[in-house]
Design a protein around this ligand. Sequence first.
Ligand SMILES: O=P(O)(O)OC[C@H]1O[C@H](O)[C@H](O)[C@@H](O)[C@@H]1O
Length: 285
Amino acid sequence: MPVHQQSEKIILTHSTGASAEVYFYGSTLTSWKVAGKERIFLSDKAILDGSKAIRGGIPLVFPVFGKGKAPHVTASLPQHGFARVTRWKLVNSSEDATTVTVQLGLDHSMITEEFRNLWPFDFSLVYTVSLTADNIETGLRVHNIGDRAFDFNTLLHTYFLIPDASAVKVVGLNGVDYVDKVLQTSSKQKGDVVIRGEVDSVYANVNTLKLEIQYDPSGKGIQVQKNGLGDIVVWNPWTEKASGMADFGDEEFHKMICVEAGQVAEFIALAAGDAWEGSQILSLL
Ligand SMILES: O=P(O)(O)OC[C@H]1O[C@H](O)[C@H](O)[C@@H](O)[C@@H]1O
């Protein structure tokens, strides 16, 4: 069965053996297996019962990245918004000769009254996950179905499972301006991004459409092709931050890197009735 629905998640299986899993909670993709291997990091300590955002996979950041700042209307929302901590519903599933697809939806009637009071806009989100033999596309459509404009950030906060964070290279960000949230500085990236300690960097307006996460000098790894997503966040908590997170193992930072495509450097303004779309395609290098 290409799409198998359980109470907490949906499992997609491709005839070639590739597979993916998406939790209803947060519409969080927690697994993508291709060529016999898991490619997505999910913490051994991740909480999967819907009481906390899932640590790993692809949590969906919406409508604010990080903590909103007063006087912006997102100021009182939780870090990274409400989409990752709300249960979504399956709205569609299909398959054709090459692709297994599921779509999950979330709208204002499905969020808590508290969130609704904090962010009082009528919206509809559709998240589409399309699995083929050798790649997976995850895309978000944001539709303003109300009668006034709203602003939003969004991010496909993707945790990649990698053999060794000390050996990984992110290629494609050379020359891009970024904010280093650890050092609280603004700089221009020189060469490839490597991980030698805590990294939390926001790259704005990345023109390169295809980034590479190279596991090691062999050049093997994952390609991230982004469509309609301008910014990239690179994150690895390293030792100290890792030990402070209850849902992340102390040593797990060695085998993950977040390379997150989205729109976070500036808010996107969406007029009443308008829609916005962005997606990423992950494939093997
Ligand atoms: O702990 P979370 O709320 O899931 O956030 C995890 C991380 O997300 C992004 O990568 C941010 O840039 C980081 O500053 C943040 O620490």
